[in-house]
Write a protein that binds this ligand. Structure first.
Ligand code: SF4
Length: 212
């Protein structure tokens, strides 16, 4: 990284902090288990939709022990609005069983253990680490991928390589905040179609501004 690059990256962080002072998680949750389940449900869905199904879901199945014993049709019915409900129901039962049987019903807090749970990849594990346990991690989703690429922070389009590169260029103490802010910036400003470059706080630092 050149001095110019590190200065630009630091300035990107400063501006993102100013424009998004409190980068809140938009999924509702009260425990690591609830966040894990909500994150699984959010695949190919929206946080808003997931938040409409989880209150009834967690009332019925508040922990891994109860969810692993769930009747499949009942679970499918509860999560149906989030889409891909058959596959997600199997995933939730599978990961609940694993947590109940191998982790005493407690969601683990390491990347290695989380990614051994069925259907849990690095993105989901990073979300749980960062938001439920406040352990430094950067969750690379479609928004983080797009914004990082447009800003020229990364060259790869592979999520694992992007995660490794972002973890390299940002100080560890900034990982959670930087990842959250890149995601929110991508969700609301640097959107996929017609990004809002004219009102973007990063436009002076962005090699992709005003691209067609
Ligand atoms: S200037 Fe445009 S392309 Fe660059 S980060 Fe901002 S919205 Fe995205």
């Amino acid at each position: 990284m050149t001095g110019q690059d590190s200065g630009r990256i630091a300035e990107i962080l400063v501006r993102l902090k100013q424009s998004i002072p409190n980068p809140a998680m938009e999924l509702d949750f009260h425990s690591p288990f609830e966040l894990l389940v909500s994150t699984v449900l959010s695949a190919q869905s929206t946080d808003k939709t997931v938040n409409t199904v989880t209150p009834a879901l967690f009332q019925k199945f508040p922990d891994p022990v109860s969810m692993e014993k769930a009747s499949v049709p009942e679970l499918e019915k509860l999560i149906r609005p989030a889409g891909f409900f058959r596959r997600k129901a199997q995933q939730l039962i599978g990961l609940s069983r694993e947590i109940a049987e191998h982790f005493n019903g407690v969601v683990p807090n390491t990347m290695d253990e989380l990614t051994k749970l069925p259907g849990v990849g690095r993105k989901t594990a990073s979300v749980v680490l960062a938001y439920a346990f406040q352990i430094p991690a950067i969750a690379v989703d479609t928004h983080v991928t797009r914004v990082s690429g447009r800003l020229g922070l990364v060259k790869s389009v592979d999520p694992e390589e992007i995660e490794a590169e972002l973890c390299r260029i940002f100080p560890k103490k900034e990982w959670i905040g930087a990842g959250s802010r890149l995601l929110l910036h991508g969700r609301y400003v640097c959107v996929a179609k017609k990004p809002l470059c004219s009102s973007c706080v990063l436009s002076a630092l962005c090699p992709s501004k005003n691209l067609p």
